[in-house]
Design a protein around this ligand. Structure first.
Ligand SMILES: [Cu+2]
Length: 217
């Protein structure tokens, strides 16, 4: 998809024609809207409809990871939908938001796209982190995962930091050196909460009775 969009900017708006591309844009905008609604549903359910006595931190790790994923989707999806909508008006309705010929800025599209694009990486992997935490807990025969609160906060900080690092996808596009070093440093900082999670998974397995399951391998 990114290739299609970048080509669109590089080759000129007229070169790619047809209903295929525009249906693709509408489809992404529509799917984004649906994901946005689904995330609100998840978030309100997790925050407001827990049975009595189940505090947030007593939920399973998968539920906790979905809570963060929903937050990311709610913040990131409208940006993609907006960028694609502007792209459609540029292609089909003679606006020039991203076109230098009309004093528009092609870099603006790339910024908007990656402001969605990087959090999307975590949207995809965070539920996986939740599943890993849960499988390791059950597969090690432990009552609870080691340092559960810490893992939850590590996931939270990964979610927040994910919104501050989008520039690392654009190094080859002429972003200036100060911004490059900023994006580089914040990207490296994400390694810290990631390390917190991995070491807590290992600590959960230590001393446990590790089951002979494919999921554990
Ligand atoms: Cu990224």
């Amino acid at each position: 998809m990114v290739g299609e969009l970048y080509t669109l900017l590089c080759l000129g708006i007229e070169l790619i024609q047809g209903l295929v591309l525009i249906s693709l844009f509408f489809l992404y905008t529509w799917v984004g809207f649906l994901q946005f609604l689904a995330s609100i549903n998840f978030l309100t359910t997790i925050l407001g409809m827990r049975p009595g006595g189940v505090t947030l931190i007593r939920c399973t790790m998968f539920v906790l990871s979905l809570r963060i994923t929903s937050f990311l989707l709610i913040c990131a999806m409208p940006v993609l939908a907006g960028a694609l909508t502007i792209l459609i008006t540029d292609r089909n309705f003679n606006t020039r938001f991203f076109d230098p010929a009309g004093l528009g800025d092609p870099m603006l599209f790339v910024h908007l796209f990656w402001f969605f694009g990087h959090p999307e990486v975590y949207i995809l992997i965070l539920p996986g982190f939740g599943i890993i935490s849960h499988v390791i807990k059950v597969g090690s025969g432990k009552e609870d995962i080691f340092g559960k609160v810490g893992i939850f906060y590590a996931m939270k900080s990964i979610g927040l930091l994910g919104f501050l690092v989008w520039g690392h996808h654009m190094f080859s596009m002429g972003i200036n050196v100060d911004r490059r070093s900023y994006f580089r440093v914040v990207t490296m900082i994400i390694a810290v909460p990631t390390g917190v999670k991995v070491f807590r998974w290992i600590a959960t397995m230590v001393g446990g009775r590790i089951r002979n399951w494919a999921a554990i391998y």
